[in-house]
Design a protein around this ligand. Structure first.
Ligand code: ADP
Ligand code: MG
Length: 262
C-alpha cells in the first residue's frame, strides 16, 4: 500500500472514484479552500468532507427513487390550490405527505370526479413519502392489470407479485375509468395481497358501490373494500374540474377581480 505524500488532484480523483465518493470528488477542492481561508482544524475539514459526501448521497438516492416511482408529471402539494376544494382536509393531506401512514400499512383512497386534482394530490403525497425515505411506485390501474395478466400468461405471476413487495407505497391511479377485463380479478388479488403488508393509494372516480364492476365479482369486492377501508384515509374530491374552471376563468371574464384567482 502506498502512502500519499503529494495528494495531487489526479490522485485524489482516482481514490474518490475507487472508494465511490462522488460527492467528495467534486466538492473537496472548495472545502479545502474554505478550510484554509478559515484556518479550520484537520478534524473540522474531515467532518466537512464527510458531510459533503452524505449530502451528495442523499440527493442521489432521492433522484433515483423519484425516477423509480415513474410519476407521469412532477406535481407538488405546494402548487396545489386547496381553495378550489374547500371540503378537502388540507391538514390531513399535508400530514399524509409526511408518510407516517406508511409504516402503519394504512391506505389512502382519493375519490371524486375527473379533473378535481386526485392524481395531482397522489403524486404530491408520493413525492413527500420519497422525501421521507420510502420507496414509491406510481402505476395506472389499467397498466398494472395488463402487466399482471401478462405475468400470469407467462407463468411468472408469483415472481412479478414479489417484485412489488419492496415498494412501500403503491399509487394505483384511475381505478375504474376503463374496464379491466380479465385483469380485474388479478388486480383484486394484488390489492388483497397488499393488505396489512404495504400501503396503497388509489385514485378513482367510482363510488364504492360500483367497484364490483371493476373487479367483476360483487362478493370479492365487498371483502376487498372491507379490508381496504379498514385502514384507510378517504379523501373526497368534491368540486368541478379544475381545468374546466381555469379555462372558464380565462375565457369567460375580461376583468380579473380577487374572486377570479380565489
Ligand atoms: P384527476 O386525477 O382528479 O382527474 P388531475 O390531478 O389530473 O385530476 O388534475 C387535472 C389537472 O388540473 C392537472 O394538471 C392538475 O395539476 C390540475 N389541478 C387540479 N386541481 C388542482 C388544484 N386544486 N390546484 C392546482 N392544480 C390543480
Ligand atoms: Mg387522475
Amino acid at each position: 500500500m502506498t502512502t500519499v505524500t503529494d495528494p495531487t488532484p489526479a490522485i485524489l480523483d482516482r481514490y474518490c472514484r475507487e472508494l465511490k465518493l462522488p460527492g467528495l470528488r467534486t466538492g473537496y477542492a472548495a472545502i479545502a479552500r474554505d478550510a484554509t481561508s478559515q484556518g479550520q482544524s484537520y478534524v473540522a475539514f474531515l467532518a466537512a468532507c464527510l458531510s459533503q459526501e452524505i449530502v451528495a448521497r442523499r440527493q442521489h438516492r432521492l433522484n433515483a427513487r423519484l425516477s423509480q416511482a415513474r410519476f407521469p408529471a412532477s406535481k407538488t402539494l405546494d402548487s396545489f390550490d386547496f381553495r378550489a376544494l374547500p371540503q378537502l382536509p388540507k391538514a390531513e393531506v399535508l400530514a399524509l405527505a409526511e408518510g407516517s401512514f406508511i409504516p402503519q400499512r394504512e391506505n389512502v383512497i382519493c375519490l371524486g370526479q375527473p379533473g378535481t386534482g386526485k392524481t395531482h394530490v397522489a403524486i404530491g403525497i408520493g413525492i413527500g413519502a420519497i422525501q421521507a425515505g420510502y420507496r414509491v411506485r406510481f402505476i395506472p390501474a389499467v397498466i398494472l392489470a395488463q402487466e399482471l395478466l401478462q405475468a400470469q400468461q407467462e407463468y411468472r405471476l408469483p415472481r412479478y407479485l414479489k417484485s412489488w413487495q419492496k415498494i412501500d407505497l403503491v399509487i394505483l391511479d384511475e381505478l375504474g375509468y376503463l374496464g379491466l377485463g380479465p385483469g380485474g380479478p388479478l388486480l383484486f388479488q394484488f390489492c388483497a395481497e397488499r393488505y396489512e403488508r404495504g400501503s396503497l393509494l388509489i385514485t378513482t372516480n367510482l363510488d364504492f358501490a360500483r367497484w364490483g364492476e371493476v373487479f367483476a365479482d360483487a362478493t370479492l369486492t365487498a371483502a376487498l373494500l372491507d379490508r381496504l377501508t379498514h385502514h384507510a384515509h378517504i379523501l373526497l374530491f368534491q368540486g368541478e374540474s379544475y381545468r374546466f374552471k381555469e379555462s372558464r376563468q380565462r375565457h369567460g371574464r375580461i376583468t380579473t377581480g380577487p374572486e377570479a384567482t380565489a
